[in-house]
Design a protein around this ligand. Sequence first.
Ligand SMILES: [Zn+2]
Length: 57
Amino acid sequence: MTKGTASMGKKSGGKNHIKCRRCGKHSRNISTGVCSSCGYGKSARLRAYKWKRPSKR
Ligand SMILES: [Zn+2]
């Protein structure tokens, strides 16, 4: 018997996001193929929202 919770092994291995071809971020989902950062795979345009306003002074 081991001490403590031995489930940390489940945290390693599979990954859900890969590097995006358009924005270069590590936010593209493998299963859906959609980038969560720029929306690559979902729309031809960049993913943009009003509530995510740029740093404007
Ligand atoms: Zn992207």
